[in-house]
Structures are given as C-alpha cells and as structure tokens.
Design a protein around this ligand. Structure first.
Ligand code: ADP
Length: 406
C-alpha cells in the first residue's frame, strides 16, 4: 500500500511516499519558506535497482504562497519523476497532527467535521493546529479521491491515568479550559515501544519501558504493558526535559516574576521559553554537536548546558522507574538518543545499583545505526537500547490500517 505521509508546519511541508508493505521509501521532500518570495522545494526520488537503490536529490526555487501551492508543487514533482504511477496508486494520505486533546485517541479518517474539531482545539495548540488544518484542507483538495487520515502526536498518551495527567490546580478552571497533561511525540514513543518489544522478544503488551525521545524537542515516556502511563510534555510541548530551544520544567511563578520584574509581556515570556531557552539559552547553541564542540574548548556555559541537560533526563528516568516499579529497558531514540554516545553515557552513569549497566565500547560505537542496538551487559536486569525512530513509517502504517478498517 502506497501512502503519502505529510507533516505541515506553519511555513514548511515535509512529505514522504512510503510502501507500507515493503517499507520502501519512494520519495521524500521538503517545501520550505512557504509564504516567502524564495521558497525552496527539495525532492529526493528513489532510483530503482534493488535493495541498494539510492535517493537522488533535486532542488528548485519558486514563490510558494501557501500550503495549497505547496501541494501543487509536490504533485508536480511526483508527475515529473512518476513515482505515484510507477509504484502503484496512492492508497491514502497520512497527516501528522500535533494536538488531538481528548478528542482523538486513534488514527482518524478526516472529514469536514474532523477538521472542525481540530480547528476548535487551536487555543490548545496555537502554533501547530492552524498548520494541520491548512495542510489537511490543501491536501484534500489536491488528492480528492483518496482517504486522508490524521495521526495525532497526543494519541499514544490517551492511556495516561488521571493521577498523572491532572494538574493540581482549581479543577473548575482546568475543566472549562481543557487544561491537563496531553503529552506529545506519541507516534515516536509508540514506534520505539513496538521495536523494543521485538528486540526483547516479548509481546508489546508485556513490555515496561522508559523511552527517551531526545531530538531538538525532547520527551520521556513511562510505558507499562506497551501503553503510555506518564510523559514529560504537558498541556504543551514546553514542559519536561531541557530541549534545543525550550526550557522544559520551570517554576511557573517565574513567568509572573519576569512580567513584573523585567516588564516582559506574556507573549515575550512565551517566546523566550519556547525559542530562546533550553540549550540555546544556556550556551548559544541548540545543536548538541555544537554544544560538545564548545565544551571541548573549555566553554563553561556549554559545560553547564550539558550538565543541566543530563541532570534533567536522569531526574525523569528515576521518577519513571519509580512510577513503573519495574522496567525491561530504557530506550534512547531521535537525533541525540541515536547519535550521541556521550549523552547516553552520562545519563546511564552510576546506575549499576538499580541494574543498569552498559558496554561503554559498544555505546561509543553506536551512531546513526539503522537497526536497534542493545548496549547492556548480558544479564543486566534493565536493558539499555538505542532504537532509531521512524515517525513517518508509523504514520504510514496507522494510515494504512485506518484505510483498511474503512
Ligand atoms: P527534530 O525532529 O526534533 O527536529 P531530530 O530528532 O532530528 O530533531 O534531532 C535533531 C538534534 O539531534 C540536533 O539538534 C542535534 O542536537 C542532535 N544530533 C543530530 N545528530 C547528532 C550527532 N551526530 N551527535 C550529536 N547530536 C546529534
């Protein structure tokens, strides 16, 4: 089944054409700077020729005014390279959606009513849901004859119990404004949970895990019996771990303090916490490769940034092991989790007393592996796995099953 996976941001559109049976990616692409004069379309298409076929890149410049023009550009790329006709008819379009709140716990075939509900949830996700709506409407106009399925970042976390998702605030306010923990990155936490179960040789509903999605955005998840029971992102993706540009946990009173003491407006504090905090706020760089480079040169801010970053992950790891009571494995994934042995080493260091110990040489060697790797010593009670995530494939699979279910 060929599925087009799309991820619409406010000024970008990422897409991938995936065969959900063979798991071959036929094309990937990115439209950037939508709404500007010089938008770019980067399209990579697979040159056929067996398992070792490669993706060949082409780049073009154009003025792309909105998401609807972006989808015309994508179709033009497909027409030019012939993917859809050659590899089979499109079975569906899978859309990454961020905030489904308590409305969507499953991949959902999109109708006008579904779009209305996603629109109603805009106050909960003002940065993300408008782009999801624009992406859905434009894609449905561009590909009117195939089903469109929305796959929500929040869906995997719909199993979190009330004790973990409830904020201890005035509940009349919380209920009226739908204020609770929702959690994000669910598609990734779900995908690596299933992969980890395979590696551990257990049915997915029998695995207990702490999964650490460490990308530019980052979140931890406690998984009991294959289901999310706690996660570090909250009402919005700002809560929890230290991220590339987001602070993660802070004392909420800091917001009022900055408003009164520094004269900042709510919007300015919001921008600071989401865009100018985390690693970039601590040392001027959001990419961990750069942070390591500065730290190696003796930059004290970069060293502190690494220490704060690691400390927060360890704090959540300890908390989630206590929430679970037992765990089969700790799973590292996403850009940092898959590529950064130093961060993994520091997160795991000194945890032998709770049954966590890794082979440091194997850890040092694992960067950018395309398959899961077990870093633990044989017989360690809690295993440590690196599992490459694949959110696009997970969206494609969920789209295919939603389409098949009718
Ligand atoms: P997102 O999808 O959230 O944008 P990714 O999962 O692609 O992010 O992760 C991007 C981050 O991963 C980068 O900002 C960088 O910090 C980190 N990263 C990527 N490659 C490496 C590497 N080789 N070593 C250390 N960190 C890396």
């Amino acid at each position: 089944m060929i599925v087009l996976v799309v991820n619409a941001g406010s000024s970008s559109l990422k897409y991938q054409l995936v065969d959900t049976v063979s798991e071959v990616v036929w094309a990937t692409g990115l439209v950037e700077r939508i709404g500007e004069q010089e938008s770019t379309v980067t399209h990579r298409t697979r040159i056929r020729g067996g398992a070792h076929s490669t993706l060949v890149e082409s780049k073009s410049l154009a003025a792309i005014a909105d998401h609807s023009e972006a989808f015309h550009a994508v179709t033009a790329q497909f027409a030019g390279t012939g993917e859809v006709s050659e590899v089979g008819e499109l079975a569906g379009v899978g859309h990454r959606a961020v905030q489904g709140a308590d409305q969507f716990s499953e991949p959902t075939v999109v109708t006008a009513e579904v779009i209305d509900v996603i629109r109603e949830l805009i106050p909960l996700a003002p940065l993300h849901n408008p782009a999801t709506v624009a992406g859905l409407e434009s894609a449905m106009a561009e590909f009117p004859d195939v089903p469109h399925v929305a796959v929500f970042d929040t869906a995997f976390h719909s199993t979190i119990p009330a004790a973990a998702y409830t904020y201890a605030i005035d509940q009349s306010v919380a209920r009226e404004h739908k204020v609770r923990r929702y959690g994000f990155h669910g598609t990734s936490h779900k995908y690596v949970t299933a992969k980890a179960a395979e590696v551990l040789g257990k049915p997915v509903d029998a695995v207990d895990l702490v999964t650490l999605h460490l990308g530019n955005g980052a979140s931890a998840c406690a998984v009991r019996g294959g289901r999310s029971v706690e996660t570090s992102m909250g009402l919005t993706p700002l809560e929890g771990l230290v991220m590339g540009t987001r602070s993660g946990d802070i004392d909420p009173a800091l917001v009022f303090h900055l408003m009164s003491a520094a004269g900042m407006s709510p919007a300015e504090v919001d921008t600071m916490l989401n865009k100018r905090s985390g690693l970039i706020g601590l040392c001027g760089q959001n990419d961990l490769r750069e942070v390591h480079r500065l730290a190696a040169q003796g930059d004290a801010d970069a060293e502190l940034a690494l220490a704060v970053y690691v400390h927060r992950i360890r704090k959540y790891l300890g908390a989630y092991l206590a929430v679970l009571g037992r765990a089969d494995a700790i799973v590292f994934t996403a850009g940092v989790g898959e590529n950064d042995p130093e961060i993994r080493r520091r997160v795991i260091a000194g945890l032998e007393m709770i049954g966590v110990a890794i082979d440091t040489q194997r850890n040092a060697d694992v960067r950018g592996s395309s398959v899961p790797v077990d870093l633990s010593f044989r017989g360690a009670p809690i295993r440590v796995l690196v599992v490459p995530t694949n959110e696009e494939l997970e969206i494609a699979r969920q789209t295919a099953s939603a389409v098949a279910a009718g």
